[in-house]
Design a protein around this ligand. Structure first.
Ligand code: DLL
Length: 432
């Protein structure tokens, strides 16, 4: 069990002292070794040796995804290539991928935060963990892997996909933990039911789900279909990978490992730092990283931070479930819409399943939203009047909660393409 109680239950002052010391060292290092940061700090007239306290963080420049692309591939590394032991990359929607590098110490720190995360979910050397996140350039599989080994769990590095094999190994090896995206977990639940595998034959008890936004309703759905307790794990490649924050058994937000990743919430337009409790864009400064520490990395994830002590005893700042990204927000006929809001509405309607696709189009300068949603198997019917009743119910839900008139298309169970990794739930055909 890895629970660093001295750090995880530290007082605010103790945590600020740790953060201040690390920030001051890190600012000097990036100034000396990364031309991009030297220029940014010079432009602002900031001398790195003057940075001694965490309260100065708000004056430092931001780093954005485009800065990583502009310095592709290794321009933001602070160490020579001989000290880089691992390279990951996340595929971008356009152009070159975002590249991140790790030294041996970075890998140790990463394994440590993932081990601390798994400990939060009660996972130990008594567990058998099936890692169904993709292994490869994506940080999910290998990131979870090292942390799981560190807590001494037996790791099944099966990677994503190959659902039939996932189920066979789950049953035969007696996996107690499944780690994958929440959308794939929902799919596994469905596949288990379809294969008529009684849940009593499985030993699953815990799920470690992240890498994409998911709702409380989807949590309930997965917990019921797999008969497990589901935990949220959050992270992003630029900051480390999975293990930036994790939920404990009280499920009241993810505890951020702020001894390594200093969080801030900003107003995405004015860039002003917002107080605890306010909704805004999450920004991280990964102060412990050696190979590629970043100053104030803008995640584009929208959430709130809370600093009160959790019932588990941890004092680490908590982040709420991400509401979406400041850049995946859809604006449809002037209405701001997050896919997660639509998901919540759909999942409250018992006749639907958690598989849906949003198609946004524009004709004659008018935006339209089509929602394709699968009917749950038991409610699938040949009766037009049954289907029409369900369709109307969804349409009414969307209109009353979002104020948006959407076209609802009910589709047969299992007809929407399933994902083995992050689900693709929005097709935006508008050329904006
Ligand atoms: O998705 C790292 C990861 C792997 C996290 C496995 C958890 C589990 P990226 O591919 O760089 O890294 O994508 C990062 O995914 O900025 C969020 O928008 C989203 N994301 C990650 N975890 C969550 C979560 C990995 N628990 C981006 N809830 C982030 C909501 C999440 N969104």
């Amino acid at each position: 069990m890895i629970w660093d109680s001295k750090i995880e239950c530290a007082s605010r002052d103790e945590m600020h002292a740790i953060q201040s010391k690390k920030l001051s060292q890190m600012a000097k290092r990036v100034y000396k070794t990364v031309p991009f940061y030297k220029q940014k700090l010079d432009e602002k007239g900031i001398k790195p040796e003057d940075i001694t306290d965490i309260s100065q963080l708000k004056d430092l420049p931001f780093t954005e995804k485009t800065d990583l692309r502009d310095n592709y591939p290794f321009g933001l590394f602070t160490v020579p290539q001989s000290e880089i032991v691992r390279i990951h990359a996340s595929s971008g929607t356009t152009g070159k991928p975002t590249v991140v590098g790790y030294t041996q110490n970075d890998i140790e720190m990463w394994s440590d935060v993932v081990a601390r995360s798994l400990t939060m979910a009660g996972i130990s050397n008594k567990d058998i963990i099936q890692i169904a996140y993709g292994y490869g350039l994506f940080t999910g599989g290998i990131g979870l892997h090292y942390g799981a080994e560190k807590v001494g769990a037996s790791v099944i590095p099966i990677s994503g996909g190959n659902t039939a094999k996932q189920l066979t190994l789950m049953e035969d090896f007696g996996s107690t933990v499944i780690a994958c995206t929440p959308s794939y977990a929902a799919y596994l639940g469905e596949a288990i039911a379809k294969a008529n595998i009684p849940l009593s034959k499985l030993k699953l008890k815990t799920g470690v789900f992240g890498a994409e936004p998911w709702t409380e309703e989807l949590r309930t759905e997965i917990e019921q279909s797999l008969q497990i307790k589901a935990f949220d794990i959050y992270g992003l490649s630029e900051v480390i990978g999975p293990g930036v924050s994790m939920e404990c058994e009280h499920a009241c937000g993810n505890h951020i490992f702020e001894d390594h990743f200093i969080p801030e919430i900003i107003n995405p337009e004015t860039h002003e730092v917002l107080p605890f409790g306010e909704l805004g864009e999450l920004v991280f400064t990964p102060v412990s990283k050696e190979a590629m520490p970043l100053l104030r990395y803008r995640t584009r994830d929208l959430t709130r931070l809370h600093a009160d002590t959790c019932a588990c005893g941890r004092t680490l700042v908590r982040m709420e479930k991400c509401l979406g990204r400041s850049d995946d927000m859809l604006i449809i006929r002037g209405v701001n819409v997050f896919p997660s809001q639509i998901e919540s509405i759909l999942l409250e309607i018992t006749e639907t399943s958690p598989h849906y696709l949003l198609i946004v189009s524009r004709e004659h300068n008018l935006d339209s939203l089509e929602i394709q949603v699968e009917i749950a198997e038991v409610f699938w019917s040949d009766e037009i009047k049954d289907l029409e009743r369900i369709r109307k119910k969804i349409q009414h839900g969307i209109a009353s909660i979002l104020g948006l008139n959407a076209t609802i298309k009910l589709v047969e169970p299992h007809s929407i393409a399933r994902s083995e990794g992050k689900a693709k739930r929005v097709i935006d055909n508008r050329k904006l």
